[in-house]
Design a protein around this ligand. Structure first.
Ligand SMILES: [Zn+2]
Length: 196
């Protein structure tokens, strides 16, 4: 019994020493901006798989404050890509880590003649917090169906990339909203879109 008490008493100063050692060894906070990593699950993207990969790559090349990466198996993704038979529709972000975003890749837009990679990249733009700008030029990804089916540009322009970077600046510790709005994109003839 006495031996055990001695052993405990001897441990206390050692523990205190270790604790203060850890505290003094804390590195100074780094000044570099933190990148938000968003994970996605494209396992239900079906025939859109290549378009999703290309669209994600275009965004990752253009922005600095957020990075999109496939979720590791078994983990829950921050957003998902799902192939559907309807019109594309997407959760309007900026989706944050722990969020529950969904991109519905609607076949109707393909039936209308629109480019799958442009559609996937456009809908991903909504995940990153960008709104539609149907009257914009083909060089914008958020102009969507506006410039017509001949427009196959699948890359954001510099203004769009800057807006996404601003959406994700200093957001690594931001609270996740309970609910996000959803944007429905009718990728139909530009004339129809202009009438409303
Ligand atoms: Zn849209």
């Amino acid at each position: 019994m006495i031996k055990r008490m001695v052993a405990v008493a001897a441990l206390i100063p050692a523990m205190m020493g270790a604790a203060s050692g850890v505290a003094s060894a804390q590195p100074a906070p780094k000044a570099t901006a933190a990148v938000v990593t968003l994970t996605y699950d494209a396992s239900r993207a079906g025939q859109w798989a290549a378009a999703v990969t290309a669209g994600v790559q275009n965004w990752n090349s253009a922005v600095h404050n957020v990075h999109l990466q496939p979720v590791s198996s078994g983990a829950r993704a921050d957003y998902v890509y799902v192939a559907t038979s309807g019109w594309p529709q997407t959760t309007l972000g900026p989706i944050l880590p722990g969020g529950r975003g969904q991109v519905q890749l609607g076949q109707e837009a393909v039936a209308e003649g629109y480019d799958m990679t442009r559609i996937a990249a456009h809908e991903t733009g909504h995940i990153l917090g960008l709104l539609d700008d149907y009257s914009g030029p083909c060089s914008e990804i958020m102009s969507g169906h506006g410039p017509g089916t001949s427009c196959t540009n699948a890359k954001p322009n510099t203004a769009e990339a800057a807006r996404v970077d601003s959406n994700y600046a200093n957001r690594t510790a931001a609270a996740v909203p309970a609910r996000y709005p959803v944007v429905v994109d009718v990728w139909s003839a530009p004339d129809l879109a202009r009438s409303h």
